[in-house]
Design a protein. Structure first.
Length: 215
């Protein structure tokens, strides 16, 4: 089982080398493999099992293991199961197994309504004085992400080279999004510009030119 999963990860890494996949995606597959290995050791008392030994109940038992023994929330567990299903699909398509033991298992995600901040609430968070430097930096990164729409991995990698003067004459930022592999240009709100200026003398800005502090 592990060999098939590692082959899948190897293929993903080859895509990453060609900049067609993000490093975060690779790490998620690797983490899922760790959970599979732990499950096999816990359930079967061996380090690995052959693909032909796997029956449809394997994926159901794995889901139960994630939700109970590992106490992982449902949606996170389903994402890990989806990665395992990808390994089974690959193994089946390559003729390593006659049938896909996870073919009938459906990942079920819980729908949750996200809590959205109002603009005045966001400014209240931004303007609040925080004595702890690390917490203050985390707050600033969060506010910057809210004003730009960037995920943490995208925002954290922004440097001075990503800034440019937009068609309106104001400061904009451009970035290739890791998850969607698309280039986006975003006009910067005054609060976002203030955060960038706030860390103009920070060590990380001096060393790498990154706009935000390392948190």
């Amino acid at each position: 089982m592990a060999d098939a999963f590692e082959f899948l990860i190897k293929r993903k890494k080859e895509l990453f080398a060609k900049k067609k996949l993000s490093k975060t995606t690779i790490e998620k597959y690797e983490k899922s493999l760790c959970y599979v290995k732990d499950f096999i050791r816990n359930e079967y008392k061996v380090n690995d099992i052959h693909l032909f030994q796997i029956v449809p109940s394997f994926i159901e038992d794995f889901a139960h293991y994630l939700l109970t023994k590992c106490d992982i929330c449902n949606n996170t567990a389903m994402k890990k199961i989806a990665n395992v299903k990808s390994a089974f699909i690959l193994a089946h398509n390559r003729g390593w197994i006659k049938t896909n033991p996870a073919a009938t298992y459906k990942c079920t995600f819980e729908e949750k309504d996200p809590v959205r901040l109002e603009i005045d609430e966001l400014y209240t968070i931004y303007s609040k004085k925080i004595e702890n430097q690390r917490l203050s930096e985390i707050r600033d990164c969060y506010v910057f992400m809210c004003f730009t729409g960037y995920a943490y991995s995208d925002a954290w990698n922004l440097t001075l080279d990503n800034l440019f003067t937009g068609p309106d004459g104001n400061l904009w930022v451009t970035k290739d999004r890791q998850k969607t592999d698309t280039t986006e240009c975003v006009p910067l709100f005054p609060a976002a510009i203030d955060i960038i200026n706030k860390y103009s003398d920070s060590p990380i800005r001096q060393q790498s030119g990154k706009l935000l502090p390392q948190t």
